[in-house]
Design a protein around this ligand. Structure first.
Ligand code: NA7
Length: 543
């Protein structure tokens, strides 16, 4: 036991977002003493930090919530199809209040390290206040997109204006009225923020490296009848969420984009465009696997950009060329339309890269742009970033970083466990469906699987569980094979790690679908947790 150890728990969970909150709820139900550590001063995770103008969800709200409690589902009412960040944060606070979760969450506390002690068979968890706690089970609910990426631009320290990162937005209102603002990055965050900042600021300069495909969200308030029906159909919705490929009810495409007539194809794309949301992505089953099918969807969106953006030279700069959908497909509210405003200009930083940040603004090879404020919408070190920010060490003192060998060898068993790391579980870790699904659906599945496994261990007086090396290798290989059959691996995106200089390129998301993945995990548990090794308690059994 370490000198500064102040407490011991059955389980320690990191993060009080969707994952950590539900994990706490389940472990409490199972009678385990549990402590959640959260760096922020409130619950919400992603929805606590990402407060930038225009931040909203791009999964439909009636599916983007918990389904473990029918009472909760009936008590909460979403205002619109794609609610804004404050409403989602309010929902998560509502959940924390309803289930009285805060009493077991320690806020403003960051976990720096977690080391497995082979003698006591417990995790020693070090906190940023210099203390340490121990736990039998160590569970991360740190999300896939919580380690923000601020590229190393020369001279940022000299900049006299204000600068922000979308993933760590201040909690006080940022007022861009009358200001010349620059925004770097046109991923989902940039595309959501650009129209809102453009409307508020004197001038907005967008620094774009890769043009993006985006489709209209067509967000709208829900009417009472729609909400009533959703609540009435709770059980059916829950079943569909759990069995679907993407974690939300959706029409399953049965046709190839190449087997229909050009008129039929166009009609299908037009319909998806009118309905709004991610419909083009799922309009035909081969959009993300067949380059020719993909090109039809890509060209459809390019034709929309040409028709929306009135200045042909600007429209030309906005035309994407990569395989549609292989970077996260974006949905927007007036994104392309914003380039028709007189106070918005677009700078192509692939052609004219950013050289440095100066005292007054951003200098590209084209010249200096004077700016009163800069917004970095430059994304995250996805999937592995949040886990590798901590010093997690398993057996023989081997760290996760060493095991994964800088990304060369990132492998997990089912995205939930790691060989060499007993009693350590990751919620939506690398090689689970995670970010290519409706997140709350994937989170609930993982949390339930992990808490079932823990309950199984407690009932059977088992001391440790650990993934087997061969099971892990087979899962990792399977993940890669599924991904290699698609076009996803070809894009420079945070999906592949290509957005972080020096990061090994690997596709760390399981693409077999949420329903199939759930079935696989359930089967594994039913077969006595195939691929895992349990060890019995050697010490006298207590209580
Ligand atoms: P993304 O999708 O990773 O977008 C980041 C953007 O920043 C993207 O346009 C990048 O261009 C750009 N970027 C990154 N580094 C640079 C540098 N050095 N210079 C210029 N431009 C740069 O992050 P988001 O926050 O928008 O979205 C993340 C996820 O959150 C999203 O997918 C949803 O799942 C929710 P690039 O395309 O790499 O050329």
């Amino acid at each position: 036991q370490e000198a500064n150890q102040i407490a011991s728990f059955d389980a320690v969970v990191i993060g009080a977002g969707f994952s950590g909150m539900y994990m706490l709820y389940r472990l409490r139900e199972a009678g385990l003493s549990t402590r959640v550590y959260e760096a922020a001063d409130g619950v919400g995770g992603t929805w606590y930090w990402n407060r930038y103008p225009g931040a909203r969800c791009d999964s439909e709200s009636i599916y983007y919530n918990y389904t473990f409690s029918e009472e909760l589902y009936r008590e909460w009412t979403w205002s619109s199809r794609y609610p804004e960040q404050p409403e989602i944060l309010k929902y998560l606070n509502f959940v924390a209040d309803k289930f009285n979760l805060r009493t077991d969450i320690q806020f403003e506390t960051r976990v720096l390290a977690a080391h497995y002690d082979e003698d006591s068979k417990r995790w020693q968890i070090s906190l940023n206040d210099g203390t340490c706690v121990s736990a039998k089970y160590f569970i991360t609910g740190v999300g896939c997109l919580s380690a923000s990426n601020l590229p190393k631009f020369n001279g940022l320290e000299n900049y006299k204006g204000d600068w922000y990162h979308t993933g760590h937005w201040p909690h006080t209102k940022v007022d861009f009225t009358g200001k010349r603002v620059g925004i770097v990055g046109t991923g989902s965050s940039g595309v959501q923020a650009i129209p809102v900042i453009a409307a508020e600021s004197a001038h907005l300069t967008v620094f774009q490296r890769t043009p993006q495909y985006s489709a209209p969200a067509r967000n709208h308030p829900y009417d009472a009848e729609y909400i009533r029906e959703a609540k009435e159909n709770f059980h059916e919705i829950k079943k569909q969420i759990r069995e679907s490929a993407g974690g939300a009810p959706a029409e399953v495409p049965t046709k190839s984009a190449l087997e229909v007539t050009p008129e039929e194809r166009l009609a299908k794309f037009e319909e998806a465009w009118e309905v709004g949301g991610q419909g083009i992505f799922t309009s035909f089953y081969d959009i993300t696997v067949n380059p020719e099918a993909n090109e039809h969807a890509a060209e459809f969106i390019r034709s929309k950009i040409r028709s929306i953006v009135t200045k042909p030279d600007v429209a030309e700069k906005l035309l994407p060329t990569y395989f549609y959908g292989t970077k996260r497909p974006i949905i927007d509210t007036d994104y392309y339309e914003t380039y028709n405003r007189d106070n918005v200009s677009l700078v192509d930083v692939k052609k004219n890269p950013i050289v440095e940040i100066t005292e007054k603004g951003i200098r590209t090879t084209e010249g200096e742009f004077e700016l009163d404020a800069i917004v970095f919408a430059t994304g995250f070190d996805g999937m592995t970033g949040p886990l590798l920010k901590m010093d997690i060490r398993g057996k023989e003192g081997v760290s996760l970083k060493e095991k994964w060998n800088g990304g060369e060898n990132t492998r997990t068993y089912l995205g939930v466990a790691n060989a060499g790391f007993p009693n350590f579980f990751m919620i939506t870790g690398p090689e689970s469906p995670s970010v290519l699904s409706n997140m709350p659906a994937s989170i609930e599945q993982h949390v339930e699987w992990v808490s079932d496994c823990i309950e199984f261990m407690e009932e059977n007086h088992l001391e440790t569980v650990e993934a087997n090396v061969d099971a892990e290798e087979a899962w990792s290989k399977h993940c890669a094979e599924v991904a290699d059959a698609t076009l996803f691996t070809k894009a420079d995106s945070w999906y592949t790690g290509a957005n972080i200089p020096g990061k090994t390129r690997r596709f760390l998301i399981y693409l077999g679908g949420v329903g199939a993945y759930r079935q696989k995990c359930t089967e594994i548990a039913e077969n006595g947790y195939e691929g895992f090794t349990f060890k019995k308690t050697t010490a006298p059994i207590q209580g």
